[in-house]
Design a protein around this ligand. Structure first.
Ligand SMILES: NC(=O)c1ccc[n+]([C@@H]2O[C@H](COP(=O)([O-])OP(=O)(O)OC[C@H]3O[C@@H](n4cnc5c(N)ncnc54)[C@H](O)[C@@H]3O)[C@@H](O)[C@H]2O)c1
Ligand SMILES: [Zn+2]
Ligand SMILES: [Zn+2]
Length: 382
């Protein structure tokens, strides 16, 4: 089959790889109809991780079941399904508590949590390909209505819609609150959208990319352009000097300076500590890593950042972070899409055949030409 394969930093190819097959009785094979490219894929694409050439990318996958293992009980060939990016068993201590992003079974390296097509997240090839093997399929496949309706909306259930929602959950966003979301990438826009769905009164979204800020305004959030001045001051000015009730970091360790020319990995965390009012809370779905060989200094290379812990303490702020437990929210968010109450697909900028992945990665990586969220369509033949 054809698949998107990592070749070297800043280069992926579309290559022939072996078809996946049923390996365990509880596996299914899914024929992929939509597979999104994610900001997290870029960490590998840019060569910032230990990802080896040859890895098939793709953890945001939707498709139709092609083949069913003998131990699968509730799925059939022809079912349309979307898979959480987390591969999870459903029966370990963490899965039972709903923390499927930290499954103790699926990652032979001993690290808690698994994912498709991702370095250090277990032996699961990605779904930017014609077919995908899904283990523990009864647990990991979320059934969708048959047909092709809402395809782009449902594809976002694999990661970024639940991840944005998770950011709100970590921060405890409640009706009537003010929220500051840093980052207007797909995760930030989904966090802002989720905050509004949860009844937030006002949501600020901070970024410097005009198309992304425009999307934030489109859904009723207040765009804050940090290239035009200190975002903390801009938000305080609009909240009577108080700051917001809640804050969400949807940027992570690749946060840049005002000009976007240099990374400053602790900037967003520190700005959030300033932005959120005393006794508020921060949700941090943005990614931070235990080691970053390309980090800006000796500490960053060891995954340690200078964060204003003193002010965090003084203000009594709570912080929640980590991989999203997609399974905790995907059924509810699916039903909101089905009933027309949520349309997250507004962030999808491009739907392209698999063959266009190399160019799409390049442009998405540079955040140019409105490349906000790309869905690859392996079933479209050029
Ligand atoms: N926790 C999870 O389960 C999970 C899941 C998916 C993605 N992520 C992580 O979430 C983060 C965002 O993902 P994405 O796909 O939206 O990525 P993205 O790179 O497309 O978006 C990040 C945005 O942050 C903006 N930005 C950079 N510096 C900034 C600053 N100082 N202030 C404000 N904005 C700034 C960029 O302009 C960009 O638009 C990444 O770190 C990704 O790895 C986490
Ligand atoms: Zn993702
Ligand atoms: Zn588990």
């Amino acid at each position: 089959m054809r698949a998107v394969v990592y070749l070297k930093p800043f280069e992926v190819g579309v290559e022939e790889v072996p078809d996946p097959r049923i390996e365990q009785p509880n596996d299914v094979i899914v024929r992929i109809t939509s597979a999104c490219i994610c900001g997290s894929d870029l960490h590998m694409y840019e060569g910032r991780t230990a990802a080896e050439p040859g890895i098939v990318f793709g953890h945001e996958n939707l498709g139709v079941i092609e083949e069913v293992g003998s131990g699968v009980t509730r799925l059939e060939q022809g079912d349309r399904v979307v898979m959480p990016f987390n591969v999870a068993c459903g029966f370990c201590k963490n899965c039972l508590a709903g923390n499927t992003g930290f499954c103790l079974t699926v990652n032979p390296s001993g690290f808690a949590g698994g994912a498709y097509g991702y370095v250090a997240m277990g032996p699961y090839p990605g779904g930017q390909a014609e077919y995908l093997r899904v283990p523990y399929a009864d647990f990991n496949c979320l059934p969708l209505p048959p047909g092709t309706d809402h395809e782009a909306d449902y594809a976002l259930l694999a990661d970024i819609f639940p991840t944005g929602y998770h950011g709100c959950e970590l921060a405890g966003v409640s009706p009537g609150e003010t929220v500051a979301v840093y980052g207007a990438g797909p995760v930030g826009l989904m966090a802002a959208y989720s905050a509004l769905l949860r009844g937030a009164a006002r949501v600020f979204v901070v970024d410097r990319v005009p198309e992304r800020l425009a999307k934030a305004a489109e859904i009723g959030a207040i765009p804050v352009d940090f290239s035009q001045g200190d975002p903390v001051a801009q938000i305080k000015e609009q909240t009577g000097g108080e700051g917001t009730d809640k804050g969400i970091d949807a940027v992570g360790y690749q946060a840049t300076t005002r000009d976007g020319d240099r990374e400053e990995p602790a900037t967003v965390l520190n700005q959030l500590v300033q932005t959120v009012r005393p006794t508020g809370a921060l949700g941090v779905p943005g990614l931070y890593v235990p080691s970053d060989p390309g980090g800006v200094d000796e500490h960053a290379r060891q995954g340690m950042l200078l964060v204003a812990i003193g002010t965090l303490f003084e203000k009594g702020l709570r912080v929640g972070t980590g991989q999203a437990n997609v399974k905790r929210y995907n059924r509810q968010l699916r039903d909101m899409i089905t009933e027309g109450r949520a349309k997250p697909g507004f962030i999808v900028s491009h739907e392209l055949p698999l063959e266009e992945a190399p160019l799409a990665y390049q442009k998405f990586d540079r955040r140019v030409e409105g490349y906000t969220k790309v869905i690859l369509k392996p079933d479209t033949i050029l």
